[in-house]
Design a protein around this ligand. Structure first.
Ligand code: NAP
Length: 286
């Protein structure tokens, strides 16, 4: 089996490259400098030249707030770029594994969203990612679309690194307590992607997040407890205290029912995955 990883220098791309290497699978990791998925011809040529069984798309425009003003750039990468890659895969006979997001949902639900639930993104980022999904499906390529959420991992800016940086600079930190989701480590998602390669379930959309659910506040609380940052005054606040350009869904927990029914590798509980990450990267032994 041969795998091509696109957007390989991003946070998830690095984790996927590491897991594929560990599994002994033949692969090529291609960074944004080596391939711009918005370039149709370059994308077609590279995907055809590599001739991979699977192309894993880790490339995306991920600056959620910036997307509200950089609309064209977000749509270009997340919708049109995703379609270019899908078409290139179809032409080359490669299967596509694409990553999408919980932000395709409005977030007014109270029970975990299933893959088939009605989407209603609140933001430009969410809309561009949903358009990417739609364009991939319309291309007719054999594809897995994995919706994940609240990603963190080494080699990228994320909530965990932001909290740690803040704690070094200030004694009091306010964190939103009314948005509920699933912190998911890039390592867990990368292992999940590998299980898709192994199990080969039917093509389609799959939720791919760590188990359990929490708020950003409790996520931060767990990080600081694990790191023994006991002198941080952590304050829970409502989203109305942190108005940002892009509105976040209030509740975006994704159901793992389909993932589990297909015998894919179970994700860890978010607390366990976070502990693993802190242990590996910060020497913590909670
Ligand atoms: N981060 C999260 O919390 C989260 C949550 C849910 C879903 N997701 C999804 O998970 C996936 C991985 O996210 P991530 O956190 O790993 O993002 P990331 O760290 O921002 O990585 C994205 C990568 O895509 C590259 N890229 C951007 N435009 C490109 C283009 N036109 N052609 C080729 N490469 C391009 C970027 O390169 P440059 O740095 O050079 O621009 C970067 O290396 C994305 O699909 C994202 O939408 C993320």
């Amino acid at each position: 089996m041969k795998v091509l990883i696109v957007g390989a220098n991003g946070m998830l791309g690095q984790a996927v490259s590491a897991e594929v290497l560990l599994a002994g699978i033949s692969f090529e990791s291609i960074s944004s400098q080596e391939l711009d998925i918005c370039n149709v011809l370059e994308t077609e040529n590279l995907v055809s030249d590599v001739g991979a069984d699977y192309v894993i798309n880790c490339a995306a425009f991920t600056r959620v707030d910036d997307a509200e003003v950089e609309v064209d750039a977000a749509v270009r990468v997340n919708a049109l770029g995703a379609e270019n890659l899908a078409r290139a895969c179809k032409a080359a006979g490669s299967k596509l594994i694409h990553i999408s997001t919980d932000y395709v949902f409005e977030g007014t639900g109270t029970t975990p969203y299933k893959e088939s639930d009605v989407t209603k993104p609140l933001t430009v980022y969410g809309k561009s990612k949903l358009e990417g999904e739609t364009r991939i499906i319309a291309s007719g390529v054999d594809a897995y679309i994995l919706r994940t959420a609240w990603l963190y991992g080494p080699g990228g800016k994320n909530f965990v690194t932001t909290m740690i940086d803040l704690a070094k600079r200030q004694g009091q930190i306010s964190v939103v307590d009314d948005q509920i989701g699933q912190p998911t480590s890039t390592q867990q998602l990368a292992k999940g992607i590998l299980s898709v390669l192994e199990v080969k379930p039917s093509f389609g959309i799959y939720n791919a997040t760590c188990k359990g659910q929490t708020s950003w506040f409790h996520f931060a609380e767990y990080i600081f407890q694990a790191l023994n940052f006991s002198d941080i005054d952590l304050i829970p606040v409502g989203s109305d205290r942190f108005v940002r350009p892009a509105a976040r869904p209030g509740y975006s927990v994704l159901s793992s029912e389909k993932w589990m029914a297909n015998n894919l590798r179970p994700f860890l509980e978010w607390e366990l995955a976070l502990t693993e990450f802190l242990k590996d990267n910060y020497g913590v032994s909670k």
